[in-house]
Design a protein around this ligand. Structure first.
Ligand SMILES: [Mg+2]
Length: 249
């Protein structure tokens, strides 16, 4: 586990870096429910500072929808890759995966809502490009939720059943933070820079790996297995590291 100063010192210079940041568990502490997170007071200014020192080579890369992230950090004007890459907000506007608005998605959401009705501790979170069933407040339902969500997805092609931290998510199988990051890193102002990916869970690992392989680096936030060369304790420490980094000459 590194301190903030050591992480800041290990990152490429701001004008040579592209910064890709997961949101939940990376920039903000996890909460019992997705809506329960508290956006730290310093986060909007930090994102603004990162945007400035990198010349716009910054992106939020999250499983959340673009709309949800816009709600949490309305001041942030940089790139957002939402829905694990099924949505992208950039200067060109908002792009969404074709699953968005489809009959298939409507059926999946209706099915997940039926599963969530099994217990008040279960929470269905519809997304523009998928649906999540959270069981953080009813962990005893894990096996049942996993089985029922798999059964719900089975009749459809092109879907990935993703087992996350205390949640099961149905989403397109041709997306991912890594794929979306590769595409982003081919475009101005990201192209030619050393990419830095900061994340906290398994869905971040492929993107972290590719940044390292491409000559950049990655920082894992928290405990647990990771291929990231850098590691820091929690979102508060990561924000401190990023603040220090923006204030380098
Ligand atoms: Mg996360």
């Amino acid at each position: 586990m590194l301190d903030a100063h050591s992480v800041a010192a290990a990152l490429p210079a701001p004008e040579q870096a592209a910064i890709l940041l997961d949101f939940d568990g990376t920039l903000v502490d996890l909460a019992q429910t997705p809506d329960g997170i508290v956006v730290p007071d310093d986060l909007p200014d930090l994102l603004g500072a990162l945007d400035r020192v990198t010349g716009g080579a910054i992106a939020l890369v999250s499983g959340r929808s673009v709309a949800a992230l816009e709600g949490f950090v309305p001041q942030y004007k940089g790139v957002i890759l939402g829905g694990h890459g099924a949505e992208r907000r950039d200067d060109a506007g908002l792009w969404r995966h074709p699953l968005a608005g489809s009959d298939t998605l409507a059926q999946l959401i209706a099915g997940a809502q039926r599963i969530a009705a099994l217990d008040p501790g279960l929470l269905c979170e519809p997304k523009p490009t998928g649906v999540v069933l959270h069981y953080r407040r009813a962990p005893e339902f894990e096996a049942r939720v996993r089985g029922e969500m798999q059964a719900l997805a089975a009749p459809f092609s092109g879907l990935d059943v993703h087992f996350a931290k205390m949640a099961v998510e149905l989403r397109p199988d041709d997306i991912g933070k890594d794929r979306a990051s590769v595409e982003l890193l081919s475009k101005s102002p990201f192209a030619g820079r050393r990419a830095v990916f900061c994340g906290d869970d398994a869905t971040d690992e492929p993107a972290m790996r590719l940044c390292v392989e491409a000559g950049g680096t990655a920082c894992k936030v928290g405990s647990g297995a990771s291929g990231a060369p850098l590691r820091i304790a929690d979102p508060t420490m990561l924000r401190a590291a990023l603040w220090q980094w923006t204030q380098q000459r």
